[in-house]
Design a protein around this ligand. Structure first.
Ligand code: 13P
Length: 243
């Protein structure tokens, strides 16, 4: 299937910097072997979507609330994101699970709300270093997957080992392939044919130098890129490596 290379800009950049980065990605997006998605902070979603309108680059947010509207100070609904021009939303990133105590049940509710509002949810799973060292990686990811995905899920899954995020460390290729295979089997068992075509992204210290090897692994259908997505040339080089 056609790979998806997604950039998670996290909490980086002024409005001007976001617009400039979006423009540079747009200008390099022609003829790539992958679909592109950029996910700026909430505040910049509308401006980035405007800058990318008519281009091949899609826009997503990094979270949404599970409710359609209401008294939820500081939160943003999926419908608001759709209205601002987003088509995707990252949900259950480990930084939100850690910083905001998001549970699998909360992520599941958000994913259902996102889909209901017409957004493609990009649901993140991944083990901590202690869980990996304890031999629990597959069990943790399987549990997160089972409990974070709503019934009828039609989105994207991102496997991001927590210990690989922002550290420059990655699992071995064999370990990535093993977990992605486990995720694929779980998706197929639960969702049938749709699970076979769900894109499974790898995230965690993906860079131009390691992207080709990771993206060539079975059941790796793209990448969720943090730090390297803040440099257009690096993000585009990763996308080229998907070919
Ligand atoms: P890094 O690419 O900076 O390791 O971040 C990965 C990530 O968390 C993407 O969501």
């Amino acid at each position: 299937m056609r790979p998806l290379i997604a950039g998670n800009w996290k909490m980086h950049g002024t409005l001007a910097e976001a617009a400039a980065l979006a423009g540079a990605v747009r200008d390099g997006a022609g003829g790539l072997p992958a679909d592109l998605l950029v996910c700026p902070p909430f505040l910049h979603v509308a401006a980035v979507a405007a800058a990318l309108r008519g281009s091949a680059v899609a826009v997503g947010a990094q979270d949404c609330h599970a409710a359609a509207k209401g008294a939820h100070t500081g939160d943003v609904s999926a419908a608001m994101l759709r209205d601002a021009g987003a088509t995707h939303v990252i949900l259950g990133h480990s930084e939100r699970r850690t910083d905001h105590g998001e549970t699998d049940a909360a992520v599941r509710a958000k994913a259902a709300a996102a889909a209901g509002a017409g957004l493609v949810p990009v649901v993140c799973v991944g083990e901590t270093e202690a869980e990996r060292l304890g031999g629990q990686a597959e069990a943790v990811v399987s549990r997160q997957l089972a409990e974070s995905l709503p019934d009828g899920f039609a989105g994207v899954v991102a496997y991001e080992p927590v210990w690989a995020i922002g550290t420059g460390r990655t699992p071995t290729e064999a370990d990535i392939a093993a977990i992605h295979g486990t995720i694929r089997a779980a998706l197929a068992a639960r969702f049938g044919a749709a699970g076979g075509t769900t894109r499974i992204l790898y995230g965690g210290s993906m860079k131009p130098g390691n992207a080709a090897a990771i993206l060539a692994l079975p059941d790796v259908d793209g990448g969720l890129v943090g730090g390297a997505s803040l440099v257009a040339a690096d993000f585009l080089a990763i996308a080229r490596a998907a070919g």
